[in-house]
Design a protein around this ligand. Structure first.
Ligand code: HPA
Ligand code: ZN
Length: 341
């Protein structure tokens, strides 16, 4: 595994930047040292083959073969989350840890289907997360928004039912946006056109995003824009393979939420230096830098900023621009954006 470290002065500079995170799966913040205690607290029996200690699990997380290899662990991890308190503890641990890395605003994903499929109500999940969000605002001055994701590997009917069960949460803007995650390639965007149409009917201000162009090629990004009508793309790094799409992302100012350490750990690229940051900057495509599933990929938001700096050596001016576009592309109120800048 490559080392991504920069000098302390630069790390301090990056820590102080008003960082916004737009691509973070709350279930992906489940550190091994919380997973085992939660399994014990809830009497959850982990599969026979599952690593038995924190150390063994951390070792297993050092490299994933691909997205699916990671997802197999991610969904087992979800199984230790049962009570409202578990969801609260999980999210609160994320906010505390990220505060120490200079996080100011977070738009966070969660996957209700990985819990409702085990008999847990969506209200239990959302209440636990909401309590952590409120506490993060009050005690850590971190603002946040919740984005519900649909699991694209599950039947579309299941996704439709999940949307329906969350209707009131969207209508009351307790949920701010809709996303699409899990295995990308066998489950292209067009399967979810109707789901996104339904979500748009729930609230005129609902925000839409989708994972695309991580595992799938540039056509997944294009179809997310055209069919799902997303105003943001999660990952989107393979857009660089299509010059016309790049021009469109710039023209329409579509923010791509790039996750450097994730892309290396999932072998989308072999090194952070291969990510198309220079092409995005040159083309004028807004992007943000995010941690995705920090407990699995070995780094929170600042670690991802540092990884980029070790490879691209940006000037202070470039960082200023990157931070500005990250704040401006956030789905928070204008007043909050002004505070952040
Ligand atoms: N990609 C797709 N689905 C996911 C991810 C990811 O990085 N993390 C959690 N679900
Ligand atoms: Zn993701």
């Amino acid at each position: 595994m490559a080392v991504y470290e920069c000098n302390n002065t630069f790390r301090d500079f990056l820590r102080e930047l008003p960082k916004c995170e737009h691509h973070l799966h709350l279930e992906g913040t489940l550190e091994p040292d919380l997973l085992y205690p939660l399994a014990r607290r809830n009497n959850v029996k982990l599969p026979e083959q599952f690593p038995k200690t924190v150390e063994e699990l951390e070792n297993r997380y050092k490299q994933f073969k691909d997205l699916q290899d990671f997802l197999d662990f991610y969904y087992i991890g979800c199984e230790v989350l049962l009570q409202e308190e578990d969801f609260f503890d999980l999210a609160w641990a994320y906010f505390k840890r990220s505060r120490s890395q200079g996080l100011k605003h977070a738009e966070v994903f969660f996957d209700p289907q990985s819990h409702t499929s085990r008999g847990i109500s969506i209200e239990t999940v959302v209440k636990g997360f909401q309590r952590a969000c409120i506490k993060a605002q009050q005690e850590l001055q971190i603002s946040s928004k919740l984005i519900m994701c649909l699991l694209r590997h599950l039947p579309v009917e299941d996704c439709k039912a999940t949307l329906e069960s969350a209707r009131v949460l969207f209508e009351t803007q307790q949920l701010h946006g809709l996303g699409l995650d899990s295995a990308e390639k066998p489950f292209p965007p067009e399967l979810f056109t109707e789901c996104y149409e339904t979500a748009r009917s729930y609230h005129p201000d609902i925000k839409l995003t989708a994972h695309a162009g991580e595992e799938g090629d540039a056509s997944y990004v294009l179809k997310s824009l055209d069919l799902l009508k997303t105003s943001r793309i999660d990952h989107g790094v393979r857009s660089a393979e299509d010059p016309e799409l790049m021009a469109r992302l710039a023209r329409e100012q579509i923010m791509c939420t790039i996750c450097p350490l994730s892309s290396v750990k999932l072998q989308v690229v072999q090194d952070v230096r291969e990510l198309p940051f220079a092409q995005f900057l040159d083309a004028g495509i807004p992007f943000s830098i995010n941690s995705d599933d920090p407990a699995y990929f070995g780094g929170y938001i600042l670690d991802n900023y540092v990884a980029v700096q070790t490879r691209f050596n940006w000037t202070l001016n470039v960082w200023k621009k990157v931070v500005q576009q990250s704040v401006n592309g956030s789905w928070c109120e204008e007043k909050r954006k002004k505070e952040l800048l």
